[in-house]
Ligand binder design. Structure first.
Ligand code: SF4
Length: 325
C-alpha cells in the first residue's frame, strides 16, 4: 500500500447492451472503462485527459459509486470502497465530492443558493439552523461570492458564478477529495482561468486532493501535479506534469499535445492530425486500441495489447515502442 489517499486498481465498467422487449437478452457491452489503475496522493492533483467518450467521466463516477463498477478495486484512505454498505458509503461521500461540468444542469433551479449549499450540511448532519446559515455565508465568501447571494436562484448568476456555487456545495461538507468533472469546459476561456485559480487556492487553504478531468491537455497543465491520458477506456500514459508535456512517450499524447498552443510566438509545433474517428467502445480494436489511428503502428500493435509499464521515474506508458525501465 502506498501513501495514496485514493487507489484505483484495474477498474472496469462494461455497460450491457440488451435486446428484446419481453425477454431481454444481453448481446454485447459498451466497454467504457476497461482496466484503469492509478493512485492520487494527499494534496495532489491528478489530471485525467482524453477525447469525449474515452471513459474519463465514467471513471470519476465509479470512484464515487454513482454508478457501480463491473469489477476492480477502489481504496480511499485504505478503506475498501466497493465493500462498503449503503450507510457507510453515504458517510464516505462526505469525504469525496464532485463538481460537474454543467453548473446550470447540476443546480436545482427551484432552490436558493442557501438551500443548495446548505442541503449537504443537513444530509451529513454537519450543521443546522443558524449555524448552517452562518456556514453557508462563510463558504460563499470563500468561493468569491457575496453573502447576499444566498437568497438568489441559480438562473440569476453567470456561468462562472454558477460554477462557484457548485464548488461551494462540494466544499460544504469539508471533503478530502474532489472529483472535478470537466468543471471549466462549459465556461468562456477568460472565466476558465478564474475558476482554476480558485480551485488552486482552495486546495492550498484546505489541503484538498483533486482528480481533475478534462478533454484538453492545455486545461489541466496549470493545475495538475501528474497527468494521465486515457484512450478508449484505458490509461495509455501517466507521468509528472513537466515530464509528460516535455517528453510525451505515447503517440496519442504526442498528437493531443501538438494541438496545445505554445505561449511563445517564435515557436511553432507541428500539428499531428489524428486520422479517422475514435473506434466504438463496443468493439474496440484488437491489440493496442490506438493502432487504427497511430502513425507508428506496426504489425505487433494489431495483435498484442502493450503492457502499461514504468519507463523510469514513474513515467508509465502502454506502447510497444517504449521499453521498460
Ligand atoms: Fe502506436 Fe503501436 Fe504504440 Fe499502439 S503500441 S501506440 S499502435 S506504436
Amino acid at each position: 500500500m502506498t501513501d495514496a489517499l485514493l487507489e484505483v486498481n484495474n477498474l472496469v465498467k462494461h455497460f450491457p447492451i440488451t435486446e428484446g422487449l419481453i425477454v431481454s437478452k444481453e448481446v454485447g457491452a459498451v466497454k467504457a472503462v476497461d482496466g484503469v489503475s492509478f493512485h492520487i496522493k494527499r494534496g495532489e492533483t491528478l489530471g485525467l485527459v482524453g477525447e469525449s467518450g474515452c471513459g474519463k467521466s465514467t471513471t470519476g463516477r465509479l470512484i464515487l459509486r454513482l454508478i457501480e463498477p463491473t469489477s476492480g478495486e477502489i481504496h480511499f484512505e485504505g478503506k475498501d470502497v466497493l465493500g462498503l454498505n449503503r450507510e457507510d458509503m453515504r458517510e464516505l461521500r462526505k469525504d469525496m465530492q464532485i463538481i460537474f461540468q454543467d453548473p446550470y444542469a447540476s443546480l436545482n433551479p427551484r432552490m436558493t443558493v442557501a438551500g443548495i449549499v446548505g442541503e449537504p450540511m443537513e444530509v451529513h448532519e454537519i450543521a443546522r439552523g443558524k449555524e448552517k446559515e452562518a456556514r453557508v455565508q462563510e463558504i460563499l465568501e470563500v468561493v468569491g461570492l457575496s453573502p447576499y447571494h444566498a437568497k438568489r436562484y441559480p438562473h440569476e448568476f453567470s456561468g462562472g458564478q454558477r460554477q462557484r456555487i457548485g464548488v461551494a456545495r462540494a466544499l460544504a461538507v469539508n471533503p478530502k477529495l474532489i472529483i472535478c468533472d470537466e468543471p471549466v469546459s462549459a465556461l468562456d476561456v477568460s472565466i476558465q482561468a478564474q475558476v482554476i485559480n480558485l480551485l488552486q487556492e482552495l486546495q492550498e487553504d484546505f489541503g484538498l486532493t483533486y482528480l481533475f478531468i478534462a478533454h484538453d491537455l492545455s486545461v489541466v497543465k496549470h493545475i495538475s501535479d501528474r497527468v494521465a491520458v486515457m484512450y478508449l477506456g484505458k490509461i495509455v500514459e501517466l507521468a509528472g506534469k513537466h515530464e509528460l508535456y516535455d517528453n510525451p512517450k505515447h503517440p496519442y499524447t504526442e498528437a493531443l499535445l501538438s494541438a496545445v498552443p505554445i505561449p511563445d510566438p517564435t515557436k511553432r509545433r507541428q500539428r499531428i492530425i489524428l486520422e479517422g474517428d475514435v473506434p466504438s467502445p463496443i468493439h474496440p480494436p484488437s491489440g493496442c486500441r490506438f493502432h487504427t489511428r497511430c502513425r507508428y503502428a506496426r504489425e505487433i500493435c494489431e495483435h498484442e495489447d502493450p503492457v502499461f509499464r514504468d519507463t523510469g521515474d514513474g513515467h508509465f506508458v502502454a506502447c510497444h515502442l517504449q521499453g521498460a525501465a
